[in-house]
Design a protein. Structure first.
Length: 175
């Protein structure tokens, strides 16, 4: 790999799962942007949203992203981005300048299955929602963010998610 690999997509699309799996397969570091924010601030993502609001979170998120992308070691890594990261502060352009970006394109139904019980702790935008509200919210978020996601260098659908397909993308990006 000549550039880091960045995974973009909706909350619940499997970005963190696949980032860890790919990084382990390639023996390179894996970073989750939300985990880096928690480490940097000492606060959970939910607490940042609750106490300071989404605007402050998005600024912290962008600053953390840019700091990682300006990595002086120029090491390769796999990065799982937050679901909203590409849609704010021209982040998608910064991602595409520094990384091979891959959009994990799942349907709202597939995302709901993936989120399951996880929405309480780790997903402040969907916290305390009924199944109907969750579907409506995710549909709106996807509509609002999809144009940013589609700026990614590559796109994989749920049935295409495999180490083999990620390897093909990495090889293709260097041809």
């Amino acid at each position: 790999m000549q550039q880091p690999l960045a995974l973009v997509g909706m909350p619940g699309s499997g970005k963190t799962f696949w980032a860890k799996k790919i990084a382990a397969h390639l023996y390179i570091p894996c970073y989750d942007l939300d985990d880096l924010i928690v480490k940097e601030t000492g606060l959970s993502i939910g607490k940042i949203f609750k106490e300071f609001g989404e605007a402050v979170f998005r600024k912290i998120e962008t600053d953390t992203l840019k700091q990682l992308l300006q990595n002086p070691l120029k090491e390769n890594f796999v990065l799982a981005l937050g679901g909203g990261t590409p849609a704010f502060f021209d982040n998608m352009h910064a991602i595409n300048r520094s990384c091979i970006s891959v959009y994990l394109n799942l349907t709202v139904g597939e995302i709901i299955k993936n989120i399951g019980e996880d929405n309480e702790q780790h997903r402040p935008l969907v916290k305390n929602t009924t199944p109907e509200e969750l579907k409506k919210l995710l549909t709106k978020l996807l509509k609002d963010r999809e144009d940013f996601y589609k700026m990614a260098d590559y796109m994989l659908y749920a049935n295409e998610l495999s180490i083999t397909n990620f390897e093909k993308i990495i090889l293709d990006a260097h041809d």
